[in-house]
Design a protein around this ligand. Structure first.
Ligand code: ADP
Length: 422
């Protein structure tokens, strides 16, 4: 199928989040992990390339985004999207503006919008200020982020140092007045030389208005939610059509396993709930792993029967995580756990497991890499932002879902397996 839409995401779980919102439309979505090698093949109408460039130096991020763009353009894409975090994670030396400007130049676009709003997840923009729930961004926990501390809530002020051309605002009053008024405002700003327009949105209806007003822009930028209404518009215009997920990547029947490296409070509850249902579990201890390696868990995995749906987890309470980090160092503790879960994924695959539920953003990256998965076809959504994905590993089809941190309800793991069967 010819590709119509090409998105470039600045990190991996952000890309799966975008993929699941686009897939709600029923139009096939495909996600590539990193810039694909070789020319486009078996492309979907909606293609996403996941980069890992959120905190990369500007030159590196721009080069990666342009390479991704070229591949998407070769695939036939006519509309492009630059996806970043709904909390606008960046620094004054950040990549959001420079990548947008480079893509605009490549597309000869004179204007784009910036809309990281995600109302369903509590991210809203009013008068150019970004809110996380009821808190301004700079008063939210994002102010203490280890890599991208957000100390200003005003998107115009955050963006201006990152770009060369002027930044302007299309405020909520204009958006609420409808797509024609918004188009008029964008035109007015264009005449005044404003290339970068921060666009307010506080509800899903605003996102629909913005999508309608901006449907002819070759490049849009924002969080995942602003892309959500686009496929419906393109279906009406006849540019894309709904269809079932292609059968090639559907998993064969096979046993299922949960691998959990997230220590968020929700994942802790999900693990406890899954074990309470009687699934066999192996708890990884970073200290024991540092001393004894992976033999013990490998042996345990070899003893598991195909129908038991076991779980291997490092998920632990905050005090246990702190204790392991104090002894091993935070980075080393994390790396040991990630490497072990990744090795377990490979071992499980080689033993015939074909359905994988992975919990944790970093953990998901490690597991996907170890399984050498380069492409994911997006299937049914299990929870908002968490879809089943179909992929090939070692020449065999598998189903995999990648759940970050606090996503999903308490019975997420069971729900995931049930959803695959329905
Ligand atoms: P989340 O999506 O919840 O942030 P991640 O997988 O991104 O989950 O991050 C969790 C990090 O914590 C990973 O690097 C993982 O290896 C590490 N980790 C998991 N369990 C433990 C533990 N018991 N002790 C120390 N670090 C751990």
């Amino acid at each position: 199928m010819t590709t119509y839409f090409g998105a470039i995401a600045d990190d991996f779980t952000g890309a799966t989040d975008l993929a699941s919102l686009l897939a709600r439309s029923g139009v096939p979505v495909s996600l590539r992990v990193g810039i694909p090698e070789g020319p486009p093949n078996r492309t979907a109408p909606l293609e996403i390339i996941a980069l890992k460039c959120r905190t990369a130096p500007v030159g590196e991020a721009v080069a990666a985004a342009l390479a991704a763009f070229e591949w998407l353009r070769q695939a036939g894409a006519q509309r492009f999207f630059w996806k970043y975090c709904s909390t606008f994670d960046s620094t004054p030396q950040g990549n959001i503006g420079p990548v947008a400007e480079a893509l605009m130049k490549a597309l000869k676009a004179d204007q784009t919008i910036y809309c990281p709003a995600f109302p369903e997840n509590g991210r809203s923009i009013f008068m150019g200020n970004l809110f996380v729930g009821e808190q301004p961004l700079a008063e939210s926990p994002m102010k203490d982020h280890p890599l991208t501390p957000m100390r200003d809530s005003n998107l115009l002020r955050l963006l201006q140092p990152q770009v060369k051309s002027p930044v302007g605002l299309a405020n909520r009053h204009v958006v609420a007045a409808g797509s024609e008024q918004l188009e008029h405002r964008l035109q007015e700003l264009r005449k005044a030389g404003v290339a970068h327009v921060v666009t307010d949105a506080v509800a899903n209806a605003d996102l629909a208005t913005i999508a309608e007003a901006c449907r002819d822009m070759p490049l849009l930028t924002g969080g995942s939610a602003i892309a959500m209404p686009l496929p419906e518009l393109w279906i009406k215009q006849g540019f894309v059509t709904r269809s079932e997920t292609t059968s090639e990547d559907q998993p064969e029947a096979g046993s299922a396993i949960v691998l959990s490296g997230s220590c968020s409070s929700m994942t802790n509850r999900q693990v406890a709930s899954f074990i309470a249902k009687g699934h066999p579990g192996f708890k990884l201890d970073p200290l024991a792993l540092a001393q004894g390696g992976v033999e013990e868990v490998f042996e345990w995995l070899s003893d598991q029967t195909a129908d038991a749906s076991p779980i291997i987890y490092a998920t632990a309470a905050p005090e246990d995580v702190r204790a392991a980090q104090a002894k091993l160092g935070t980075a080393r503790a994390g790396a040991i756990v990630e490497a072990t879960l990744a090795a377990c994924a490979v071992k499980a695959r080689d033993r015939g497991f074909r359905r994988f539920v992975v919990a944790g953003g970093e953990t998901s990256g490690a597991v996907t890499k170890a399984l050498e998965i380069r492409r994911l076809t997006i299937g049914k959504e299990i929870a908002p932002g968490v879809p089943w994905c179909f992929a090939q590993t070692d020449g065999r089809p598998v189903a995999i879902t990648l759940k970050s941190g606090n996503f999903g309800a308490e019975n997420f793991f069971t729900e995931a397996f049930e959803r695959l069967q329905s």
